[in-house]
Design a protein around this ligand. Structure first.
Ligand code: NDP
Length: 492
């Protein structure tokens, strides 16, 4: 189908999940002549420094609970130390394998790849870092996003999520700034791997935007698991403890908040824990006036779209305040030949959404079926311990919209209750009083990510509470509660 006026039918900038999917489907299924440029590793944030390595770390951290639980069930297991180096080596091997799969998929579909940075020269021309240019009938920007640090002096002493997978050793103590997905997930991961974790979140409760009851239970569980979570607290100053005049000042009596003054003095003379952004223990002052010293500080303070210095504005593509590319419901920018998908558009920043946006783009441009992306009722999970799975409206958002009934139950699950653990789970449905449609489902429980994938089908299909109830329970499970809650907990 190649249009001889151009080098390519499609040129994709960015080899992450969205860009790779769009490129290989356009080439493999529609016979388009496709080029793709990527200046980093293929697979993007999800595969190389996000979802995949993060989830493997979630699995690794979960094993710290297994010995005590197994022993309660009659086994005689002994705890041993966690081998970060061994894990990291295996992790890197897995990421290399996955990157190879991505490259192979592209090659197998006939996509020509360019391992270099690309910028825009005009509405149909891409300039590559080696000085060459390529023309294309359509250009797709799929450059993703990147973590940002807050605007405070010495912020570069802290690491960001990208750096975690490359740490040479785990810190003894870690301060995490932020209360979103990344902050809460890494607080749980690091705690599970044996790190003393302190978390500062500037708002009243972590995981803003999620159902209040669900995020309340996650926060409570995080604290019970030993994470020193402070809400209404932010970082105001930081410096290397060695450079700070009062570097040995006050972690005070609360050793879990950081390290003691004596430890701090000792740390200043020892070889630093290897972090990407630091060279020794870090002194931190918080909004409540407290001063602490930590081995490492992780900024999980959000991500910005990676759209700067690409020539986008010069060719007439509009960017929003945070640099997000503005697109219509077909992912098309104001320049008709240029489209954008994924985190660089800052719509719903999740891998499966970027992939669907990529597919909708291909169907629109190459398949002859204009396809809008459906951003409604997307299920997602936060991989904390316990996990939170959610789809649809929170109780608070639903209450703003219409009259609702809430069906919720919180209980100690059989598996861990038997091992005398105090963990609780939450199963919750938010139901429209008028239509009986289930508007939202919120689960806090082990494997909530797996459960919400299935509950998400029913919520997406707009099933009613009565249709949930008509489904026979699977017994004994935690999730049977989703079809057995007879009476509303409250109405609003
Ligand atoms: P989020 O936007 O979810 O959270 C950022 C956090 O940092 C918020 O708690 C925010 O506070 C806080 N913050 C922002 N600026 C500052 C500041 N200057 N000082 C102190 N705190 C600050 O971003 P994440 O980086 O956690 O995640 C980015 C996106 O990646 C997510 O929105 C999600 O779409 C995706 N993601 C999905 C995952 C999953 O599906 N499991 C896992 C990880 C990421 P406030 O609430 O007050 O704004």
């Amino acid at each position: 189908m190649a249009d001889d006026a151009f080098d390519f039918d499609l040129f994709v900038i960015g080899g992450g999940s969205g860009g790779v999917r769009a490129a290989r489907v356009a080439a493999g299924e529609y016979g388009a002549k496709v080029g793709l440029a990527e200046d980093d590793r293929y697979g993007g944030t999800c595969v190389i420094r996000g979802c995949v390595p993060k989830k493997l770390m979630v699995f690794a951290s979960g094993y710290s609970e297994v010995v005590a639980e197994a022993n309660a069930y009659g086994w005689d297991l002994r705890e041993g130390p966690f081998d970060w180096h061994g894990f990291k080596k295996k992790l890197n091997g897995e990421l290399d394998r996955l990157e190879g799969v991505y490259r192979k998929l592209l090659g197998g579909s006939g996509v020509e790849t360019f391992d270099q940075r690309a910028t825009l020269k005009d509405a149909h021309t891409v300039a590559l870092a080696d000085g060459t240019t390529k023309t294309a009938k359509h250009i797709l920007i799929a450059t993703g996003g990147h973590p940002v640090r807050p605007d405070i002096p010495n912020a570069d002493l802290g690491i960001v999520s990208d750096d975690i997978f490359n740490l040479e050793q785990l810190p003894k103590s870690l301060l995490i700034i932020g209360g979103g997905y990344i902050a809460c997930e890494f607080a749980c991961i690091m705690k599970g791997l044996g790190v003393e974790v302190t978390q500062y979140y500037r708002g009243a409760q972590v995981l803003r935007g999620f159902d209040d009851e669900a995020r309340g239970l996650v926060a409570e569980s995080m604290r019970e698991n030993g994470i020193d979570l402070h809400v209404g607290t932010n970082i105001v100053e930081m410096s290397l403890a060695a450079d700070h005049e009062d570097g040995a000042t006050p972690t005070g009596s609360d050793a879990s908040m950081g390290v003691s003054a004596q430890d701090a003095a000792a740390m200043r003379s020892k070889k630093p824990a290897a972090g990407a952004g630091q060279s020794g223990p870090i002194w931190v002052k918080s909004t409540n006036g407290g001063e602490k010293i930590f081995d490492m500080v992780l900024f999980a303070t959000g991500r910005d779209p990676s759209s700067r210095n690409m020539g986008l504005e010069d060719v007439g593509v509009s960017l929003g305040r945070r640099g997000q590319i503005e697109v219509n419901s077909y992912s098309q920018t104001g320049v008709p030949s240029i489209y954008a998908i994924g985190d660089v558009t800052d719509r719903v920043n999740l891998t499966p959404v970027a992939i669907r946006e990529g597919m909708a783009f291909v169907q629109t441009v190459f398949g002859g079926h204009p396809t809008e992306v459906d951003h409604e009722l997307i299920a997602s999970a936060v991989f904390t311990q316990p996990e939170m799975g959610t789809v649809g409206l929170s109780e608070e958002a639903a209450r703003e919209q219409e009259e609702i009934e809430v069906y919720a139950t919180s209980f100690r699950p059989m598996q861990t209750a038997f091992a005398d653990k105090s963990d609780r789970v939450l199963m919750k449905l938010v139901v429209s009083k008028a239509t009986r449609v289930v508007l939202g489902c919120h689960i806090v429980a082990p494997h909530a990510g797996e459960l919400i994938q299935l509950a998400g089908i029913a919520v997406k299909a707009k099933l009613t509470k009565e249709q949930f109830d008509a489904t026979c329970a699977v017994h004994p499970t935690m999730s049977e509660e989703l079809v057995t809650m007879r009476n509303p907990t409250r109405s609003a």
